[in-house]
Structures are given as structure tokens and as C-alpha cells.
Design a protein around this ligand. Structure first.
Ligand code: PLP
Length: 393
């Protein structure tokens, strides 16, 4: 349609949401679908968080609040970042609360990138990064990091990809779609390159608390003042507290960038939902209750992770890395001799098993499975997948 803008013509719809909606439609028809497509915890939001929101709603917290977020929440976020992420010297004015981690990412990119700028994105990547970069008029430049390197970009890969046009590099640890985590020393080595080349880093830490096997998360902004001066840390409440529908994201950035982000937000969305922010505030003000909620979710996720991992690796033609974060596994299906789109659609049609084809993440030899689903679905899904693969070709 000629009436569409160039922006609109160039954007692809989110493939992860597409699989999820196809699976949901089949389910609505009464089909027994095993869904591994979900990008959200299958738990409800902890009750103490819901209660705080309900109270705020009843108390009349139904108006606009300051565009960058409730002051109390921004101050609580400063405390969280100092307590949990070892960052220091943050002022609350560097913190912006937005309608979702996704929007925080978009604001960070819009505030720093434009036409002529290149943004380095390690693949497999979260589907939205390249699209957001294009919406900002900038150019995504992907670097491939397959399972042979643990899905992690090396400092040399980063250094070699940097040109005079490079403005920003995006890191997402723990990763969607791979579940991979950069170790603290790997993060330090990448940040060294960022500082040496004087580019910006957007660190998407939305899965920061979802860690297994004793893995440690290091926030790049905590490494040094030079690192903090170049890092925009984005995160949110969706994955940690099963609050995907609340739409609450966070961002911490150097002062000038935070100010620009707040201005863009004030002109495009005003503030994140006021009463929802009171729920998030309760999550931060009650670290013991928050920790208990996260720990019980993690214990369940961890069991499912191992069950799914072992089941996948038992299938001929599939190999899967032991991912230590988030709630995804990203097995290699190259041995099955099919591209990821054909594989995923045939699997859904023939066996009613929904997975996300790797191509949407820039990795066609892979598929993404979320284990934010029940044990029954994992058992049944693995059985069907094993059967499907045994009868291929
Ligand atoms: N970043 C990554 C890597 C994600 O996987 C997601 C959600 O799928 C988000 C950010 C944004 O989450 P939300 O907008 O729900 O806070």
C-alpha cells in the first residue's frame, strides 16, 4: 500500500508472537497443542505485588505520574542497582521507568542512534533489536556466534566489526533466544573493547535473575566509571516477577542519555501505568518476599530445563547446549536436514508441537524452545518431537 511509510514497509512483525498466536488459535479450536513458544513465565504475579497495585488503584492512583516514573520507584531502582548489581554513584534522574523492557530498548536506541549510525548485534539475537534499529533509521550489523562458541561474541569479533560509523553494541545476557550467559570475565573483556573504541553499549538485562548452575550475572555498568559512562542498562519486571502483562520496563543511563530518553517518552507514551508502578515498588521494597518468589520459580524452571535438555540431546540429529539462564533452550537441528521454518511448521501441523524457528533470531540451523511451560507439556512434547524426528526423511 503506497500510503504506508518507509518505516512501516520495512518492519517485520514479531515472529515469536506469531508462533504463539498460531498455537493459541489451534488450542482454541480444541487441539491438544504442546506450546514451547511462550516468552513469559507460566506463573502468576506474586500476591504481595498484586495487593500493592490493588491498594494503589483503590487509593485513587489513577492519574498521570511524572514521565520518567514515580519518584519512589526510581529511588528504589537506584537502591536495587546498588544492592544487587554493584553499580555506584547513580542518581535517580538517570533512571527511567517505561511501558515495558521492550520500550526501554526502543527508547535507548532512539535516543542514541539515527541515520548513518551502525549498531552491532550479536546473533542469535532477540527478534526486536534489528527492527528497532531500523525504526531509528540506523543500520543493524549482525555478528554470528553459534553454539560452537557458546552463542557468545568474542572481543575480537566485536573489535573487527567496529567501524567509524559504529554507535552502539547490544548485549543481552542471559540471552533470549539461547539462554547463554557471558561470564563476568567475558563481560569485562567486551567492555574493554567498548571503552577502547569509545562506543555505547546497551545491556539488556531483563533475565538477570534467571540463572542456573550457580552462574553469575555481571552488569557492565558496574565495572568502572568509564564503563558506566558508555552503558545503558535496560531491564524490567516482566520476567523476574511474572509481570509481562503489567508493561513495566526500566532503564539506567548516563545523565544526558537518560534525559533524552525521558523526553522521548514524555512525547510518545507519557508515563508507564501509574498504579502498576506501585506493584513494582512493592517488589523492590520487599526483597525477602521478592527473593522467595524468584527462588521458588527458579527451582521449578531448573528441573524443567534439565528435563528438556536431556530429552532434546537424546534425539538423533539434535544437539543442545546446556544454557544457564532465562527459560529458553536453543538446540541445533542442522543434523535433521531441514530449514527452521519448514521444521517448525511441519512439527506444528503434524504433531501439534509449537516451537519458534531460529531464522527469526538470525540462526536458521536452530529452534527456540521455552520451558516456561508445564512438566506434562514437556514430557508429551518431547515424545512427539522424538517421534517426528525419527520419521523425517
Ligand atoms: N528483552 C528481551 C531479550 C526479551 O526477551 C524481552 C521479552 O521478551 C524484553 C526485552 C522485553 O520484555 P517486556 O517488554 O515484557 O518488559
Amino acid at each position: 500500500d503506497a500510503r504506508l511509510s518507509d518505516w512501516a514497509k520495512n518492519i517485520s512483525p514479531s515472529p515469536t508472537l506469531a508462533v504463539d498466536s498460531k498455537a493459541k488459535a489451534l488450542k482454541a479450536e480444541g487441539k491438544d497443542v504442546c506450546g514451547f513458544g511462550a516468552g513469559e513465565p507460566d506463573f502468576d504475579t506474586p500476591n504481595f505485588i498484586k495487593q500493592a497495585c490493588e491498594e494503589a488503584l483503590r487509593a485513587g492512583q489513577t492519574k498521570y505520574c511524572p514521565a520518567p516514573g514515580l519518584l519512589a520507584l526510581r529511588k528504589a531502582l537506584v537502591e536495587k542497582y546498588e544492592r544487587d548489581n554493584a553499580m555506584s554513584g547513580i542518581d535517580f534522574s538517570q533512571v527511567v521507568v517505561s511501558p515495558g523492557g521492550k520500550y526501554s530498548c526502543y527508547l535507548a536506541i532512539l535516543a542514541t542512534c539515527g541515520p548513518g549510525d551502525e549498531v552491532i548485534i550479536p546473533a542469535p539475537y532477540w527478534v526486536s533489536y534489528p527492527e528497532m534499529v531500523k525504526l531509528a533509521g540506523a543500520t543493524p550489523k549482525t555478528i554470528f556466534a553459534g553454539d560452537d562458541q557458546g552463542f557468545k561474541m568474542t572481543p575480537d569479533q566485536l573489535r573487527n566489526a567496529i567501524t567509524p560509523a559504529t554507535k552502539l553494541v547490544i548485549l543481552n545476557s542471559p540471552s533470549n533466544p539461547t539462554g547463554a550467559i557471558y561470564t563476568p570475565s567475558e563481560i569485562e573483556a567486551l567492555v574493554e573493547v567498548v571503552i577502547e573504541k569509545d562506543i555505547l553499549l546497551m545491556s539488556d538485562e531483563i533475565y538477570e535473575y534467571l540463572l542456573y548452575d550457580g552462574a553469575k550475572h555481571l552488569s557492565p555498568a558496574s565495572i568502572s566509571k568509564e564503563a558506566a559512562d558508555r552503558t545503558i542498562t535496560v531491564a524490567g519486571f516482566s520476567k523476574t516477577f511474572s509481570m509481562t502483562g503489567w508493561r513495566l520496563g526500566t532503564l539506567v543511563a548516563p545523565p544526558a542519555i537518560a534525559k533524552a530518553v525521558a523526553s522521548i517518552q514524555s512525547q510518545t507514551s507519557s508515563n508507564a501505568t501509574t498504579f502498576a508502578q506501585f506493584g513494582a515498588l512493592a517488589a523492590l521494597e520487599n526483597p525477602d518476599a521478592a527473593k522467595a518468589a524468584i527462588d521458588s520459580m527458579l527451582a521449578v524452571f531448573d528441573k524443567r530445563r534439565i528435563k528438556l535438555l536431556d530429552g532434546l540431546n537424546a534425539i538423533d540429529g539434535i544437539t543442545c547446549q546446556r544454557a544457564q539462564g532465562a527459560f529458553y533452550l536453543f538446540p541445533n537441528i542442522k543434523g535433521l536436514g531441514m530449514d527452521s521454518t519448514s521444521f517448525a511448521s511441519k512439527l506444528l501441523e503434524e504433531k501439534l508441537v509449537a516451537v519458534v524457528p531460529g531464522i527469526g533470531f538470525g540462526a536458521d540451523d536452530y529452534m527456540r524452545l521455552s520451558y516456561a511451560t508445564s512438566d506434562e507439556v514437556i514430557d508429551k512434547g518431547l515424545e512427539r518431537l522424538t517421534d517426528f524426528c525419527a520419521n523425517l526423511g
